[in-house]
Write a protein that binds this ligand. Structure first.
Ligand code: DSN
Length: 419
């Protein structure tokens, strides 16, 4: 694989230079965006393989092009491994991205105008969970539930009242910016009460379910789970729809030919190897460590009396209210941390009075740092650098010194796939 990159050096200097720059950025900085990670080296190898050359519209055994002996083999491997890892009856491994994956579920199982009950965007839901600016928000009738920001809890009595009033066809839980676990039993009970399909979008924590560090919605009888494959799972960019057999045919038809053409078979190959690697005891240790690291980092902010949304974390991420904690908005916080080579992202917080490009907080997550081998003591060090930097965004000398210390610190933690 490295040889292929050297080949680029010979033939496309401009591209090679940007690629080298990104490698150095990833080496010298600490990646704390909760949805990012370092793909397994095996994933990078599969992505750069000959499967990128192949069209495979259809499904194993029923394709619209010839020459499918080996593509069928890898797609079957990916599907079987997905079913084994997530303990489900059916897996579609073709979605090209997380948004398309969720859209395929809604479009395959519902009619336009049908009602979906899902979490509000500012409380942690995703754009595809019905944000008014999204096409899905226009096509379906989303009713949104919120959380109590003081402790992140859901008001299940209210959700039940909403469900009985609006009679959703589908009830969705899952999040993109919410630092707590989900009470699947309570959600499933309400979905059953109103006869709704139950779905979890596990995009952020699919890897933590696979590594058995977090609960699996299928153990509570959920109908469907969607997950992207490049976040905590450490696989290729893409998505997966996991479901009960009774939804299999509608889901498959919705993905292809409903929404997509040819799947990216290099990504399917990379997903197959991911789903082998996540079954190892090594990956289970990794998933546990992601959560330990998140808690260790949260302790630093609690001790410094900063404001964490919901007061802490049960998963891989923290949402920090930077306005309340440091008197700076999320954009300034993100830029300040960029100056010390710590990458986070500005983030709206529940009922944020500020706009999305200048919101009141940031998100911080531990999957990528943990993949480099960082442990709780490293999180303490990192947390104190972050806390101090956010307290001194104009102290250029401090930020410069901290940047150098962090660059040195990073040398102890090789980036998977780059060394
Ligand atoms: N963009 C992803 C995230 O950062 O959470 C969700 O799609």
């Amino acid at each position: 694989m490295r040889e292929n990159i050297e080949f680029l050096m010979e033939n496309d200097g401009e591209l090679y230079e940007a690629m080298q720059g990104e490698e150095e950025r990833q080496r010298q900085g600490i990646e704390l965006i909760p949805s990012e990670n370092y793909a397994f080296p095996e994933v990078l190898a599969a992505l750069g393989s000959v499967f990128t050359n192949k069209y495979s519209e259809g499904y194993p055994g029923r394709r619209y092009y010839g020459g499918q002996e080996f593509t069928d083999r890898i797609e079957n491997l990916a599907r079987d491994r997905a079913k084994e890892v997530f303990r489900c009856e059916h897996a579609n491994v073709q979605p090209l991205s997380g948004s398309g994956m969720n859209q395929a579920v809604y479009l395959g199982l519902l009619e336009p105008g049908d009602t979906i009950l899902a979490m509000d965007l500012s409380h942690g839901g995703h754009l595809t969970h019905g944000a008014p600016v999204s096409h899905m928000g226009k096509l379906f009738n989303f009713v949104r539930y919120v959380t109590d920001p003081s402790d992140g809890s859901f008001d299940f009595d209210q959700i039940l009242r909403d469900a009985r009033k609006h009679k959703p066809k589908l009830m969705l839980c899952g999040y993109t910016s919410y630092p707590r676990d989900i009470d699947y039993k309570a959600f499933k009970t309400i979905a059953d009460d109103v006869g709704a399909i139950s779905m979890t979008d596990a995009s952020h924590f699919g890897g933590l379910v696979a590594g058995e560090a977090m609960a699996n919605p299928f153990d509570f009888g959920f109908d469907l789970v969607t997950t992207t494959t490049h976040k905590s799972l450490r696989g290729p960019r893409g998505g997966m729809i996991l479901c009960k057999e009774k939804f299999a045919s509608k889901i498959d038809k919705s993905v292809f030919p409903g929404l997509q053409g040819g799947p990216h078979m290099n990504a399917v190959a990379a997903l197959a190897v991911t789903l082998k690697l996540v079954q190892s005891s090594h990956f289970k240790d990794y998933a546990d460590q992601v959560l330990k690291n998140s808690k260790a980092l949260a302790e630093v902010f609690t001790e410094s009396e900063s404001t964490l949304i919901t007061g802490g974390t049960d998963n891989h991420m923290l949402v920090l209210d930077t306005v309340k904690s440091y008197g700076i908005d999320g954009k300034v916080a993100e830029e300040t941390l960029d100056e010390v080579n710590v990458t986070t992202n500005k983030q709206i917080i529940p009922d944020d009075p500020n706009p999305p490009l200048r919101p009141s907080g940031i998100r911080i997550g531990t999957p990528a740092a943990t993949a480099r081998g960082m442990k709780e003591s490293d999180m303490k060090q990192l947390g104190s650098w972050i806390d101090r930097s956010l307290r001194s965004p104009s102290d250029k000398k401090y930020l410069q010194r901290t940047r150098m210390e962090i660059t040195d610190f990073c040398r102890n933690f090789p980036v998977p796939g780059l060394e």
